[in-house]
Write a protein that binds this ligand. Structure first.
Ligand code: GUN
Length: 277
């Protein structure tokens, strides 16, 4: 029987700590303000943006929201980001992804000042992480580190295998685990003998983007399994990249979906916002 790592509880604890910090800042006359930009009205983005605004309100972070039309041009969006870069009363800027296809996401991400890049997506933020310098860290991988640490799971010296190599999760995850002194392997959809590689892991972090792909054959007995995936099944239920019922009996600890990694992303975004003042 594995320990079920409760991301909802851990994220609530973090948000409560941040709420206290925000109150302390306020008493010192310091305000924290996040600007959130959503282009178009993708329903999933609307839910995510709504949750981010709610979290801001809970903690005591001001949020300014820009819900702008799908037809907005790249130049118009760049101008908005640049205006926000220049405003002293805005500490963090978040442009919700994905953007409409006529806008180049890389150009927009690069236009956000690294000082206000609370998503940690700017090349300068990623570069700083890779050489161990200060900068914003991408929220989902930062959340995984907190889940592990706050569950008392030792990272140092452990074999960590990360399945997935995206810029937002897999790559920063590898750098963070390295920073915590794990021995890190990154594998992906083209890896040969994938089961052999993932079975080496003391800590297996799965972000492959395939529903219920990881079965017990991929997992060493007693491993810690962190599932970053989230998918909606045909029956309407949510699931992760890990087939939970199959893997849970073999694992020593595992994150559920929902209620595992998911809630941590927003908690860590709020943490980044608090660091932006
Ligand atoms: N779309 C899905 N997740 C994210 C995120 O963490 N940040 C932004 N900006 N867009 C997203």
């Amino acid at each position: 029987m594995a320990v079920i790592i409760d991301g909802k509880k851990i994220s609530s604890e973090i948000k409560d700590e941040l709420k206290e910090l925000a109150a302390k800042y306020k008493s010192e006359g310091k305000e924290v303000t996040l600007a959130v930009i959503q282009v178009g009205n993708d329903p999933a983005s609307t839910v995510y943006v709504g949750n981010k605004k709610k979290a801001c309100e809970y903690i005591g972070i001001n949020s300014i929201s820009y819900e702008i039309p799908e037809e907005t041009t790249q130049e118009e969006l760049l101008k908005l980001v640049n205006d926000l870069n220049d405003r002293d009363d805005v500490n963090g800027i978040l442009v919700q992804l994905p953007l409409p296809s006529h806008i180049d996401e890389d150009v927009i991400i690069k236009s956000i000042s690294p000082k206000k890049d609370v998503d940690g997506f700017h090349p300068q933020s990623v570069g700083a992480l890779s050489i161990g310098q200060k900068g914003y860290v991408s929220c989902t991988p930062a959340g995984v580190i907190q889940l592990l640490k706050r569950s008392g799971i030792e990272i140092e010296g452990k074999e960590c295998v990360i399945l997935g190599r995206s810029n937002i999760v897999g790559k920063p995850m590898a750098l963070l685990m390295l920073r915590e002194n794990a021995t890190v392997t990154v594998c992906h959809s083209r890896t040969k003998n994938l089961k052999e590689v993932t079975s080496r892991a003391d800590i297996l972090i799965v972000a492959i983007g395939k529903p219920e792909y990881i079965t017990k054959e991929y997992v060493k007995d007693g491993a810690v399994v962190i599932d970053v995936g989230i998918h909606r099944k045909e029956n309407g239920k949510l699931c992760g990249d890990v087939l939970f019922e199959d893997v849970e009996p073999a694992a020593s600890a595992i994150t559920p979906v929902p209620g595992g990694v998911g809630p941590m992303t927003i908690a860590m975004l709020m943490n980044n916002c608090m660091q932006s003042v």
